[in-house]
Design a protein. Structure first.
Length: 308
């Protein structure tokens, strides 16, 4: 039944008269005015108040209000799948702003090796079944296409999954959302190898408190660190491999350590689960590093919006 519903949604979006997802105007997926509200302004940096530990820098294309809110809800809850392309274009702009801020691909010489990996925050399985699609993943695919057409090598790496049931986030405060999501996400088997294909940008449709993006960042960092540690120990020249991954001039940003070892370290640390912790080492931008996060819209009520 889920497959039939998805097929009908796709067909309806192609052959039936459309209405604007933002304001309801007839016979248009998104009218010029609503398109401007979505993508007409420069993407901007947003900061949660309070900010969850481990949250990467977040850029948004628009405020989550009025026409933008209506369009996102139409895509997510009412199956207006044709909106994925304009929403993806907006997300691509936020991605470009984020990677531009950290300097990925800029400067002299060739761009760092590997594609830019857009890692969407996953919906729960129950939500996907109810909606007939995963909104963040669909928008991420559209954004990756926009980036490739603009000359940025990008692809979607949908490697995150829920590892346990979480409570409904609506009605929860920022602290409650963070507690609700800690340890809730994991990287699927084989996903850590995919993450080694390039630097990561976490993506979602909407951000409120930042708890989901912070948990996604934790899961990616733990998986990438474990993968690097395994690679470093698998070859015949273990010490040389460790130096290549984590020494001077390395692009790898994290190294796996045990919980016991982590107690001896000074400086910033990000604690993981399953006996693994990770800590920052040097410049980010290598395969598996979380460069930043990007969303279509940010809630003005939950974030301090910085346009500077």
């Amino acid at each position: 039944m889920e497959g039939v519903r998805r097929w009908w949604q796709e067909l309806a979006g192609l052959v039936l008269p459309a209405e604007c997802g933002g304001c309801g105007s007839a016979r248009t997926v998104l009218c010029p005015q609503c398109r401007t509200a979505l993508s007409g302004a420069e993407p901007f940096r947003v900061r949660p108040v309070p900010e969850p530990p481990g949250l990467p820098a977040v850029h948004a294309a628009a405020r989550y209000a009025d026409e933008v809110r209506a369009a996102l809800l139409a895509h997510k809850e009412r199956g207006a799948l044709a909106l994925a392309r304009p929403l993806g274009a907006a997300l691509a702009g936020a991605v470009r702003a984020g990677v531009g801020e950290v300097g990925w691909g800029e400067g002299e010489g060739p761009r760092p090796p590997g594609d830019l990996l857009l890692v969407p925050v996953p919906s729960t399985r129950a939500a996907v079944r109810a909606r007939g699609h995963d909104p963040a993943r669909r928008i991420a695919l559209a954004a990756a296409g926009e980036l490739r057409r603009a000359g940025v090598p990008a692809r979607v790496a949908a490697v995150l999954r829920q590892r346990r049931v979480v409570a409904d986030q609506s009605g929860l405060g920022s602290r409650q959302r963070l507690d609700n999501l800690v340890g809730a996400l994991t990287v699927v088997p084989g996903g850590a190898g995919v993450l080694c294909g390039g630097p990561v940008v976490l993506v979602d449709d909407v951000v409120t408190t930042g708890a989901s993006l912070a948990e996604a960042a934790r899961a990616v960092r733990v998986a990438a660190a474990a993968q690097r540690a395994e690679q470093a120990q698998s070859g015949p020249y273990e010490e040389e491999a460790r130096g290549a991954l984590c020494g001077e001039g390395a692009t790898a940003g994290y190294v796996g350590i045990t919980r016991e070892d982590s107690k001896k370290l000074s400086g910033a640390e990000v604690s993981g689960v399953d006996g693994v912790s990770v800590r920052p080492l040097g410049d980010a931008g290598g395969a598996g590093d979380v460069l930043c996060a990007a969303v279509v819209a940010a809630s003005p009520d939950s974030f301090e919006i910085n346009r500077n």
